[in-house]
Design a protein around this ligand. Structure first.
Ligand code: PD2
Ligand code: ZN
Length: 224
């Protein structure tokens, strides 16, 4: 499937339960314009623990895309540690990639590899867009690898003792991390227009630590 075959929104507004191949997922909150949905029961607690254990051993300081050069840079705005799993890297990751694609209503092959992030106390991700701003020179090289990003799923792998909400400042919305739940949002419509109201960030962790997994979907098949 490519962006030209898209119905919009990707996640139908009437969907309340999603029966994936191996798990029933609940849509516990919806917003329209921009399209945001909270999923409950997406991952089991054992799956969350397994993702953390597999990631802990290979964490590196997170980077962002420099708007001018398109190069990955370590910056203060993103004080987390992270790692990636290639799509379908193992049987376990393949099972999760399939479930994630089912709830995002978008093909597995359009997804970037699952990214795992770990924030310690004080760790945050300042408000940003997940799409590559079309007007920025650094975006072109990334858009060339499967098109624009169109939707995001942030999966919460633990309960955070204090802080660490995912915030959407233009919407006045804050999501408290809950182990096994996930927040979904989409930001490119069927005309290819990006939605600046999806500006979002990860609030500072105040106590404990925060673990998430992020899936970013592209308009077309992703070419790493
Ligand atoms: O950790 C978060 O809550 C968060 C917030 C904003 C993660 C991302 N963006 C992301 O991975 O894009
Ligand atoms: Zn983000």
């Amino acid at each position: 499937m490519t962006s030209t075959a898209t119905t919009f929104p990707r996640l139908p507004r009437t969907t309340r339960r999603i029966q994936t191949a191996d798990r029933e997922v609940f849509v516990s909150m919806r917003i329209e314009q921009p399209e945001v949905a909270l999923f409950d029961n997406l991952l089991s607690h054992d799956e969350c623990d397994a993702l953390i254990a597999l990631s802990r051993v290979k964490l590196k300081q997170s980077t962002i895309v420099d708007p001018q050069t398109g190069q990955y840079e370590v910056i203060q705005d993103r004080s987390s540690y992270g790692t990636f799993f290639d799509v379908n890297e193992t049987a376990f990751i393949a099972k999760l990639d399939a479930r994630i694609a089912a709830v995002m209503h978008w093909p597995i092959e359009n997804g970037e590899g699952l990214q795992i992030l770990n924030y310690k106390v004080g760790g945050e991700y300042k408000p940003h867009f997940d799409y590559f701003p079309p007007e920025q020179p650094g975006s072109a090289a990334h858009i060339a690898k499967g098109g624009q990003r169109v939707s995001t799923l942030i999966l919460y792998l633990n309960d955070v003792e204090g802080g660490g909400e995912t915030i959407f400042p233009p919407l006045g919305l804050a999501i408290t991390p809950k182990k096994g739940a996930a927040i979904y949002f989409e930001y490119v419509d069927d005309q290819g227009q990006v939605d600046a109201n999806t500006l979002h960030g990860g609030a500072p962790v105040l106590a404990g630590e925060k673990w998430i997994a992020t899936k970013w979907m592209r308009a077309d098949r992703y070419q790493p």
